[in-house]
Write a protein that binds this ligand. Structure first.
Ligand code: F0G
Length: 364
């Protein structure tokens, strides 16, 4: 069965969401590799540093694990149309799974604020792709109006079935480590669904007796889009939305929907919330690239954040740490090229211990 080849649906006993599992819409997502990062580990002074590469899913991001679940529910319930607001990866995943199921899809994205690779995907998979002159948070508001008035199934991460699918990497990680639970799992934070979903996954495994403790879960945000970090450090009751800006466009989100869930997961597991600068993100991304792995900028916040957590004594050198790499490096090649061009222009090549600037030969 195709669903047996899916890294999500092979855990279907833990995903009681369909009337009939044969209705699952799958592109054989999940089953992603867990790589070691020996050079990055050395840089941080850790013995054990791994990367769970969710960018190796069918549409190049972790969103596929959630989308196979939620799109299957939409299809089983007979919806004709699905929709999401997105910084690019959710829309790429939704468009692909909708196409697979024969449903129509509508994407709202912030104009000029998403990476080309992602924009081209939703077009390629046939979504009605609408660019709005606003940011992600504005797109969410406009879409809420649309789905309120029409029989359209909303596939943003407020959809609970998305989280059911997105919890499965937690199970895969335990399985891949022969059920030796890692000490610390580090995820990027945007709309804050992913950290929540992984927290749910580990908590359920513990509840069912497969594991005896859960890892600390830490969430890392970009400095220009860090409302959870600010909430965490200010000890306020409510999260204050910010006007978001970062070149890690996937996580350019100022008013995250799932902040309460993410905060609860961080606090319950003893993790932390950190914030990293644009330069720290760029350098970390190049260092992950130099492992022969690569990822998109939003994923690189995990390594940048891990460095800070080690420096602050929040990660012990003996800890077994897993970084969640959420997106493929080819999602945003423009970012990478700009970074290496800048190194050349500013003479900053020394900042990156692994890479030389690109070699430019003058013709004649
Ligand atoms: N990493 C990548 C590559 C993402 O695309 C996202 C979110 C995140 C991390 C953050 O995950 O929102 O669950 O905290 N992208 C969404 C989108 C918002 O529309 O593609 P989160």
């Amino acid at each position: 069965l195709p669903i047996d080849q899916s890294g999500v649906w092979r855990y279907r006993e833990l995903l009681p969401i369909l009337q009939d599992d044969a209705h699952a819409v799958t592109l054989r997502e999940g089953n992603t590799p867990l790589y070691d990062l020996p050079r990055c580990a050395k840089l941080l002074g850790l013995d054990f540093l791994l990367a769970k590469h969710q960018g190796l899913n069918p549409t190049g991001s972790f969103k596929d694990t959630g989308m196979t679940a939620a799109l299957s529910v939409a299809a089983e319930r007979g919806y004709q149309w699905v929709a999401c607001a997105s910084t690019g990866n959710t829309s790429a995943a939704m468009a692909a799974y909708a196409a697979r199921a024969g449903l129509r899809s509508i994407v709202f994205i912030p104009e000029g604020k998403i990476a080309w690779g992602k924009l081209s995907q939703s077009m390629d998979y046939g979504a009605l792709t609408v660019q709005l002159k606003t940011d992600f948070d504005g797109c969410v508001k406009m879409l809420a109006e649309l789905v309120r008035r029409n029989p359209i199934y909303l596939l943003n991460s407020v959809n609970p079935y998305r989280l059911e699918g997105q919890k499965t990497p937690a199970i895969e990680i335990c399985e891949q480590l022969d059920w030796q639970v890692p000490d610390h799992v580090i995820v990027p934070g945007g709309n804050l669904a992913n950290g929540s979903a992984l927290g749910k996954g580990f908590a359920e495994l513990k509840h069912l007796g497969f594991i005896h403790r859960v890892p600390k879960i830490s969430v890392i945000q970009a400095e220009g889009a860090n409302p959870l970090f600010q909430w965490f450090t200010n000890a306020e009751k409510m999260l204050r939305p910010v006007t978001a800006d970062t070149r890690a466009t996937a996580i350019r989100i100022g008013n995250p929907a799932s902040w309460r869930k993410a905060a609860r997961v961080i606090e319950a597991t003893g993790g932390w919330c950190e914030s990293v600068s644009e330069q720290e993100i760029a350098l970390a991304k190049a260092q992950i690239g130099a492992e022969g792995i690569g990822c998109e900028p939003a994923s690189a916040v995990t390594l940048a954040g891990a460095k800070k957590l080690v420096a602050a004594g929040r990660i012990d050198v003996g800890e077994r740490v897993v970084l969640l790499l959420t997106g493929h490096t080819l999602k945003d090649p423009e970012y990478t090229i700009d970074f290496h061009k800048d190194l050349l222009a500013t003479g900053m090549a020394e900042a990156n211990p692994y890479r030389k600037p690109p070699l430019v030969l003058e013709a004649e």
